[in-house]
Write a protein that binds this ligand. Structure first.
Ligand code: GRF
Length: 208
């Protein structure tokens, strides 16, 4: 049984999708050990508690510098000793110490088809604004492993979403979540927990 820790900061809809997937037996051989939030008031924490999950708050605002926040996060993760860390709307950078210690064991969901509309500072509504600004007709979401460069790690799964003429950033964000993010995150988690993902030359392959 794999131990998963989910890191959140916001509304928690991806966490919710994972919780539902567990209920529907769409994720096997795993359990969510703990949900850690960087924000005391995150809706995601309520969602976790309602589902009966263990929660920990490491409120970034209560640290006078980011290095101390990183250290606390690292020590907490080390103690929990997860097989997989899922960044589900986690709005903090993951430090090198954590990335090195949990190499190829941290995944993130990004609301675009990487390598489009991603990288440092491109998150949340900004991603969808950039896609609309560029006038692309298709966007989507990507689940990828986390390395030391923002949105650069090996891609695990992607799903496309069509952009409609009358979309604004908010309508697009909602559709990308519903049609892509909530679908591929649970699939990627399941594949990893079943040891079906292999990484070679910075690419992933699904084992038979
Ligand atoms: C999602 O759009 C996800 O792709 C991005 O942050 C957002 C989190 O939303 N990384 P939620 O907290 O899961 O509702």
């Amino acid at each position: 049984m794999k131990k998963i820790v989910v890191l959140v900061s916001g509304t928690g809809t991806n966490l919710n999708a994972l919780i539902n997937a567990f209920k529907n037996d769409e994720i096997k051989n795993a359990k969510i050990e703990c949900v850690i939030s960087s924000n005391n008031h995150a809706k995601a924490v309520e969602i976790a508690k309602e589902a009966g999950l263990k929660t920990k708050i490491i409120d970034v605002k209560s640290f006078d510098d980011k290095a101390k926040f990183q250290e606390k996060l690292f020590l907490t993760l080390k103690e929990l000793s997860p097989d997989l860390i899922v960044l589900a709307g986690f709005l903090q950078i993951i430090g090198k110490q954590i990335i090195d210690h949990f190499k190829n064991r941290i995944i993130n969901i990004h609301p675009s088809l990487i390598p489009s509309f991603c990288g440092a500072g491109v998150y949340g509504l900004k991603v969808h604004e950039a896609a609309l600004e560029r006038g692309v007709k298709i966007t989507g979401a990507t689940v990828h492993f986390v390395n030391e460069i923002a949105d650069d790690g090996p891609i695990i799964l992607q799903k496309a979403v069509e952009i409609k003429q009358d979309d604004d950033a908010k309508t697009l964000q909602k559709r990308v979540m519903k049609e892509a993010e909530w679908q591929i995150l649970k699939k990627a988690v399941n594949l990893i927990c079943l040891d079906k993902i292999e990484i070679r030359n910075k690419k992933t392959y699904i084992k038979n």
